[in-house]
Design a protein around this ligand. Structure first.
Ligand SMILES: CSC[C@H]1O[C@H](OP(=O)(O)O)[C@H](O)[C@@H]1O
Length: 348
């Protein structure tokens, strides 16, 4: 389906389905996909057609709403059973981003609290809409708080895509960039390509070029050298899960955090409160490992022989003591983070 959509992912109320920008096709092709079943949505998430922690939160929420809206079940007990089965299919798609489960649980809770099947259907769709609308407000607040951290003229390095394509719109890390530019600051972005799926070259460069924001693409391995050359003023990335001791984000983030600290460059994380998971520590989190071919092949080209094993971690963990600030919609958190996390418990 061609066409345009204002948002990365949205609910099509007329057709009771989910529409989304298919990110596997960018930057070459802009196409809007449609999910009419939970299985179609689960496949879109697994393929990273829909991706990015906040967008996964919205996808999880809308996925439960999709199951509810399209259910023909009249019996409340069987209806509820089917909804929880759909939730488990969605929860199993990607283990690391905490937002996915958070979005699912938001809508499950609303549906479970409703009386009749009809009331549960309405509550599910309404709550999924609220999750999506809140995300936009959250990203704008993150952007405003984060923009204050950036100098009037600066070069910012980012990794992966924590932009509008990882959210409903605006973005978290790129939301900070957008808000700073909107405030009149002269911000240039260095985007790491982000191997193996190239969210940086394919998605971040596409977003920023489209918005007329100065962006330069580099290989992931060039980042430390640019820091050594004094080119980088700050590093800002998104997050998929923030535990009480670490930030889980796209593989390669930890490398940048170490390099930034070595060069005395501030390392910032931009993430909504829904990404925090203070009940867990790094050791408790499953880091998604993805298919070998994402690393060993590029289209028809073989990049690694069959005899070579492949370890394809999708994320890594950055210790909080390498993070100079965490920008959230409730403000900028500074070390030590323990007190911030305690205050946040009630806000998730
Ligand atoms: C705004 S957080 C986006 C976050 O999600 C990305 O992972 P993936 O592309 O695999 O969904 C990456 O970790 C980004 O920082």
């Amino acid at each position: 389906m061609k066409g345009e959509t204002t948002y990365t992912i949205a609910w099509d109320a007329e057709n009771n389905c989910i529409i989304y920008i298919d990110q596997t096709l960018l930057p070459g092709r802009y196409e809007v996909g449609r999910c009419r079943t939970v299985d179609e949505l689960a496949d879109a998430i697994r393929r990273l057609a829909i991706r990015g922690a906040p967008a996964l939160g919205i996808a999880g929420a809308m996925g439960v709403a999709l199951a509810a809206a399209r259910s023909g079940e009249r019996d409340p007990v069987r209806f509820r059973r089917d909804l929880h089965r759909a939730a488990e299919i969605l929860r199993s798609t990607r283990p690391t981003a905490v937002n996915l489960g958070w979005g699912i649980d938001r809508v499950l809770g609303a549906a479970d609290a409703a009386g009749s099947v009809e009331a549960a259907k309405e509550a599910a769709v309404r709550e999924a809409g609220a999750v999506a609308e809140e995300d936009e407000v959250t990203c704008r607040r993150i952007g405003a708080f984060g923009a204050e951290l950036l100098p009037e003229r600066c070069t910012v390095l980012t990794h992966c895509n924590a932009g509008a394509l990882a959210c409903r719109c605006w973005g978290t890390a790129l939301g900070v960039v957008r808000s700073a530019v909107e405030a009149g600051k002269d911000v240039r972005v260095i985007a790491c390509e982000t191997r193996p799926l190239n969210q940086g070259s394919r998605l971040t460069c596409w977003e920023l070029a489209r918005d007329g924001i100065d962006v330069t693409l580099i290989t992931d391995s060039a980042a430390a050298y640019l820091m050594r050359k004094g080119v980088i003023d700050a590093v800002i990335v998104g997050a998929d899960r923030i535990t009480r001791d670490a930030v889980f984000n796209k593989i390669g983030t930890y490398m940048h955090a170490i390099s930034a600290r070595h060069h005395g460059i501030p390392f910032y994380v931009a993430a909504p409160v829904s990404t925090f998971d203070p009940a867990r520590s790094e050791a408790d989190v499953v880091v998604e490992e993805r298919d070998r071919d994402e690393l060993a092949r590029c289209g028809d080209r073989v990049l690694a022989p069959d005899g070579a094993a492949v370890l394809n971690y999708a994320f890594d963990a950055t210790p909080l003591d390498l993070v100079d600030a965490i920008v959230t919609e409730v403000g900028v958190l500074r070390p030590p983070y323990t007190e911030s996390f305690r205050l946040m418990e009630g806000k998730r």
